[in-house]
Ligand binder design. Structure first.
Ligand code: GSH
Length: 199
């Protein structure tokens, strides 16, 4: 299999971590989707990462489809936990969507700052309220214990924390998330996370 991702994409990183955690063999193609990479465009007409070219020649795109396929073909270790796990993962992915939309929005509205437009403010609210909600749910449901497995909530949690740090390090609206930070602290040291930090 060949896996297309970029060094900065949070979607690519979620799929990348899942591939590594499941121990799946693949060849890595690091590309810049914004540079209109010809190889990426050939396998994915949307010219977006992630994309996973399977051994049968078909190409999977869209992170959720790649994760679903991986879970079916390589069930262990499991990505999809109980409903609370998927709830946390969904909230984190909602924040990732809002963050990526903000970064892309800046490209389209420059020199006006996208962040101050009505849609930009809505995306910022989604980031703030999403992180607040995630923090509350980890406090309520994870009761101070470190996460034991890198299920999708942990993967999306680490990816959203690192992406907000990477793109919005100095933003005054950043939400402190001590419970979430502590919950993922141990697992985020695993090579699958350490080797895929955005840069
Ligand atoms: N819905 C897609 C989103 C993928 C996506 O937006 N990838 C970005 C990188 S973070 C990309 O390749 N953007 C290039 C473009 O939009 O032209 C997924 O879940 O995989």
């Amino acid at each position: 299999m060949r896996f297309f991702t970029s060094p900065t994409s949070p979607y690519g990183r979620m799929a990348h971590v899942a591939l590594l955690e499941k121990g799946v063999a693949f060849e890595l193609s690091m590309v810049d989707p914004w540079a209109d990479d010809a190889g990426l465009r050939e396998v994915n007409p949307a010219t977006r990462v992630p994309a996973l070219v399977l051994d049968d020649g078909s190409t999977l795109t869209e992170t959720s489809l790649i994760l679903s396929w991986l879970e079916r073909e390589f069930p262990r270790p499991a990505l999809f936990g109980d409903s609370r796990c998927l709830q946390r993962a969904g909230i984190a992915i909602g924040v990732i969507d809002a963050a990526v939309h903000t970064i892309i929005g800046r490209k389209t509205t420059a020199p006006t700052l996208f962040d101050d437009t009505p849609v930009g403010l809505r995306r910022r609210r989604a980031m703030v309220e999403g992180m607040q909600r995630l923090e509350q749910q980890v406090q309520r449901d994870c009761a101070g214990a470190a996460a034991a497995h890198a299920e999708l909530d942990v993967i999306a949690g680490v990816v959203v924390l690192d992406y907000l740090q990477f793109r919005f390090a100095d933003a005054p609206w950043r939400v402190p998330t001590p419970a979430l930070d502590a919950w993922v602290a141990q697992l985020r040291r695993r090579p699958a996370f350490a080797d895929t930090v955005p840069r």
